[in-house]
Design a protein around this ligand. Structure first.
Ligand SMILES: Nc1nc2c(c(=O)[nH]1)N[C@H]1C(S)=C(S)[C@@H](COP(=O)(O)OP(=O)(O)OC[C@H]3O[C@@H](n4cnc5c(=O)[nH]c(N)nc54)[C@H](O)[C@@H]3O)O[C@H]1N2
Ligand SMILES: Nc1nc2c(c(=O)[nH]1)N[C@H]1C(S)=C(S)[C@@H](COP(=O)(O)OP(=O)(O)OC[C@H]3O[C@@H](n4cnc5c(=O)[nH]c(N)nc54)[C@H](O)[C@@H]3O)O[C@H]1N2
Ligand code: SF4
Ligand SMILES: [Mo]
Length: 876
């Protein structure tokens, strides 16, 4: 039994892993971890399904050929040495990730900034937290998250801005939900152009016009001040700049938010009344060309009211990745230095002395979008990517792929053998993955927890810090990278945090600078600051103590700005992008889980029925989403949870699992002028119906090499692969080509049934089934899944299968997977609706009838929405 931390979201839940001795493990929530107290969401609970070595990169490769570590490391080191010698240090770059452990992150940052002599290292946090970092620095003089998770539970008002907490931070959502249940007087306000599942616990939902958050919070600031809800003493003693901020706020016209005046009034009223207010914000705020201003417009309201750093109060930037905070601590953004320092002269000098750096970078490097532009133009000649998949996750993604393909020296450290980025890089270095890695991560509330290995290192995979240190050694920096284990790195990181830190830097974990190996192994989660000799783990700023020179916070005057690229007649729809409940980013891990594949099996484009009608689109169509940058082909889902004029696509699908489901091909690369964070939530697009002449489904035990067709998406089934297909060629042509493809990898007798069904049955077992027809049949997968679960089909079962019947008709297992709601028990939407129709009226009765929602609880917001819809229908 090993205590570790979840590798997904920034909640940072503690996990207890019990290896089964066969390469797998049982995963449970850690009851002792302060973040989750035993809870896990659907993704965390399914981690056991992601541990297999299938799909793993297990040996170094150069140009597709397996090489030894010696060769790979010599090649990487030699390449960097030669390119720097010829073109100077700014011709090389690293692109790293909030999914590295702190020790890995520290090592990469130290090598490039202290020894290669350039700050051309950026991280995918640029796409994620950069606007919050910049906003914090403007307001506080440091990148500090002042509060703690328990503040949500203690607050009387929780405002969620641009956060789909129910799906993206489910355990925190459950904590909030429980607190609200215990104290119904608590109000929750959701500010999001979409009505997400998070709205299920909201007392008020403000579906503002996309991008208009600054106007809303300016309006709030002006109104709070007018009503005298000002913490005068706090403002006078600890802040400056209120007058300027008020001038800008008063000049703001709230009409641009396009909200009902009464709703805005309620929001202002609640905010004015509730001393204990927490404003939690996420990507609807950060991923905007006005992201930094949005952050400061929010913080302004908390400074005015002095609601910061006390129990139940404060602005709270919730982080996405498991170690987004650790990355900020080691300073791996191109414009920050280690241990929350910057490129000020004295910081550069201090870090240089501490590292005994041989070639210290002395100015900021390129930010992610610029960095890949520089790769494209050839200014950057070597790029080393670690633990991120930029060909899928950066905007204007096809340009990123093209840039990497022309780069003479592209290196990727990866856990998986194939990804959109791995496919585009020349040198591939196998990294250890979650279950095998050792180190620390920091969650959203500054809590540092251990990730501990519980499975042996597979193949020749190595931990990321080791790979970096070996390259450093070959470049002649052996002494500075002589670590023998992660504890060495952690001690150095802790020592730097406290080095010449007289309280002028928020990040200080000096209490652990001399931790011995055994204590590091046993380290329990702790919240920083953890200064040597003082009590650990408190909030910041209740009594001022900001990190600007004069120790005062700054109000920032923010003038509303529309998104960078405006919609027009040619592209009249606003494309918003984000996440679904059961997938993680580019699906390299969650994509391996069968139970997580059921909730949203396909790449989607959601739009309002009114926008669909005028485009001749219906539910289940395939549509092309096109922008000035590129296109994607996605399954249409109609929903009135969107504003008219808005569309939404999840970010998860890539070229590995779909024909053209990667939405970032179409997303614009505009960035915030201060933070450099891309505007991933707003791209002008048009959506048009693609004329598909047939739709189909394949379930096959072995992967199928598909012929050229307009649309396909691949998902995991239990012991098989599921493909959802559509195409423009005549049905008969497709039938021929596809059956040949299916049979090529799934040999056996081929039988044709009715209604376009073809099957391979070998030794009485169903090996593959293909069904094609003129229209989309979303139930096909559910209908065939039970037959795949059977060891041997009886003659009767085979007849049912071939004649288009249901296994359930034969008393079989019924719907197993397919648009499932409850991932833990594989409960389908159909089962849930049937139970509601039979009289289930609450989560409890629904759970008793179907099991849905009785384990991890991630689906409870959706179940509640269905129950509510049924109640409304009954009342009508
Ligand atoms: N299931 C799942 N959970 C995850 C992840 C995952 O991949 N899958 N990833 C993790 C990571 S790295 C991150 S960063 C977090 C992200 O967590 P969130 O930020 O909660 O998730 P998103 O879906 O990206 O976006 C949040 C919301 O912003 C809204 N939005 C769009 N434009 C605007 C606007 O102009 N104003 C406002 N107020 N809202 C707007 C969108 O409609 C969306 O509902 O999730 C983390 N958790
Ligand atoms: N359109 C749109 N695009 C977005 C967003 C959005 O909301 N909309 N959100 C953005 C945000 S907030 C984020 S955080 C990014 C996330 O985007 P990415 O970071 O690109 O996504 P991941 O799939 O998490 O990529 C992590 C990679 O690291 C690999 N890996 C896992 N563990 C290890 C390890 O220990 N070592 C190494 N070397 N590799 C490992 C995984 O296999 C995977 O390929 O996407 C951004 N892109
Ligand atoms: S909420 Fe879910 S994804 Fe996030 S850390 Fe906890 S178990 Fe992992
Ligand atoms: Mo993120």
């Amino acid at each position: 039994m090993v205590r570790t931390t979840c590798p997904y979201c920034g909640v940072g839940c503690g996990i207890v892993a019990t290896p089964d001795g066969r390469g797998g493990a049982t995963i449970a929530g850690d009851h002792d971890h302060p973040a989750n107290r035993g809870r896990l969401c659907s993704k965390g609970a399914a981690l056991g399904e992601t541990l297999s070595l299938e799909d793993r990169l297990l040996h170094p490769e150069i140009d597709g050929r397996r090489v030894s570590w010696e060769t790979a490391l010599d090649t990487v080191a030699g390449g960097f040495r030669d390119i720097i010698a010829e073109h100077g240090p700014d011709a090389v770059a690293f692109y790293v990730s909030g999914q590295l452990l702190t020790e890995d992150y520290y090592a990469a940052n130290k090598l490039i900034k202290g020894f290669l002599g350039t700050a051309n290292i950026d991280t995918n946090s640029r796409l994620c937290m950069a606007s919050s970092v910049a906003g914090h620095k403007r307001a506080f003089g440091s990148d500090t998250v002042p509060g703690l998770y328990e503040d949500f539970e203690l607050a009387d008002l929780v405002v969620l801005v641009g956060s789909n907490l129910a799906w993206c931070h489910p355990v925190l959502f459950q904590r909030l939900e429980a607190a609200k249940r215990a104290r119904p007087a608590m109000n929750v306000v959701v500010i999001d152009p979409r009505r997400t599942d998070t709205c299920e616990i909201a007392d008020l939902h403000l579906a503002l016009r996309p991008g208009s958050d600054v106007a809303l919070f300016n309006g709030l600031l002006a109104e709070l001040h007018r009503r005298g809800v000002t913490a005068k003493h706090y403002v006078d003693r600890h802040t400056q700049g209120l007058e300027g901020a008020l001038l800008a706020a008063r000049a703001t016209d709230l009409a641009q938010c396009d909200l009902p005046a009464a709703d805005v009034a309620t929001f202002v009223e609640w905010f004015a009344r509730a001393e204990k207010t927490v404003t939690l914000y996420s990507q609807g705020v950060n991923q905007s060309s006005a992201g930094v201003d949005k952050v400061n417009a929010i913080i302004n309201c908390h400074l005015l009211t002095g609601r910061i750093g006390r129990p139940g109060m404060g602005p709270f930037s919730i982080t996405g990745q498991p170690n987004a905070m650790g990355g900020r601590e080691v300073g791996a953004l191109s414009n920050t230095l280690a241990a929350h320092m910057d490129f000020a002269l004295e910081d550069v000098d201090r870090v240089g002395r501490f590292w005994q750096a041989t070639r210290m970078a002395n100015r900021p490097g390129l930010k992610a979008v610029e960095l890949f532009d520089a790769v494209k133009t050839g200014r950057i000649k070597a790029v080393w990517i670690m633990a991120t998949n930029p060909v899928a996750s950066l905007p204007d993604a096809d340009a990123v792929r093209a840039a990497l393909k022309t780069c003479e020296f592209s290196i990727v450290s990866e856990a998986v053998r194939a990804s959109d980025t791995v496919d585009a890089c020349r040198i591939r270095l196998p990294a250890l993955a979650w279950a095998e890695k050792d180190g620390t991560v920091t969650n959203s509330e500054r809590c540092i927890s251990r990730q501990r290995p519980f499975l042996p290192a597979p193949g020749e995979a190595r931990q990321d810090w080791w790979i970096v240190a070996e390259v450093a050694r070959r470049l002649g920096f052996g002494e500075a990278f002589a670590w023998t284990g992660v504890a060495d790195i952690f001690r150095e990181h802790a020592a730097l945090s406290t080095f010449e830190n007289d309280g002028r830097r928020d990040f200080d974990i000096g209490a652990h600078a001399a931790i011995d190996d055994a204590s590091y192994d046993k380290l329990s989660p702790f919240v920083w600051p953890a200064r040597a000799g003082s009590a650990a783990g408190s909030r910041f700023f209740a009594d001022g103590g900001f990190f600007h020179g004069d120790r005062r916070a700054r109000f920032i005057a923010t003038a509303p700005r529309a998104p960078m690229h405006a919609i027009d007649a040619e592209r009249p729809l606003r494309l918003n992008t984000g996440r679904v409940r059961d997938q993680w980013h580019t699906m390299t891990r969650t994509g391996k889980s069968v139970r997580l594949a059921g909730h949203r099996p396909e790449p989607l484009i959601e739009l309002h029925p009114d926008d669909a009608v005028v485009r001749g689109l219906v539910e289940g169509d395939i549509a092309e989403v096109s922008s000035a940058w590129g296109r994607a082909a996605l399954r249409v889902h109609l929903t009135d949870s969107l504003r008219t004029g808005d569309a939404f696509a999840p970010m998860h699908w890539t070229a590995q699992v779909s024909r053209a489901g990667a939405i970032n091909a179409a997303v614009n690369p505009a960035v915030d002028p201060i933070s450099g964070q891309p505007e991933l939530k707003h791209t002008p697009v048009e959506i048009r119906r693609l004329d598909m002449r047939w739709h189909g489904t394949i379930l096959a035990r072995r992967p199928v090499m598909l012929p050229e067709i307009a649309y396909w998406a691949r998902a995991r089934g239990a012991g098989y692969h599921a493909y959802l297909l559509a195409g423009e060629q005549p049905l008969a042509t497709a039938q021929q080509a596809l059956s040949a493809s299916v049979r090529a990898t799934n040999p056996g007798p081929w039988l044709l049934g009715e209604q376009g069904v073809g099957v391979v049955i070998a030794d009485g077992r169903l090996e593959a089934v293909l069904v094609l027809g003129p229209s989309h049949d979303e139930r096909a997968r559910d209908r065939f899944a039970p037959f795949m679960a059977m060891d041997r089909l009886s003659v009767e079962e085979r007849n049912v299968l071939l004649h288009g019947g249901n296994a359930a008709d034969r008393g079989g297992a019924g719907a197993v997977y397919g648009t499932s709601i409850c991932a833990c028990f594989g409960v389908s939407m159909a089962t849930v609706t049937a139970a509601i129709a039979k009289g289930a009226t609450s989560l409890a009765t629904l759970g008793a009838a179907t099991h849905a929602g009785t384990n991890c609880g991630s689906c409870r917001p959706e179940l509640r929405a269905l129950l509510r819809a049924a109640r409304l229908e009954k009342a009508a």
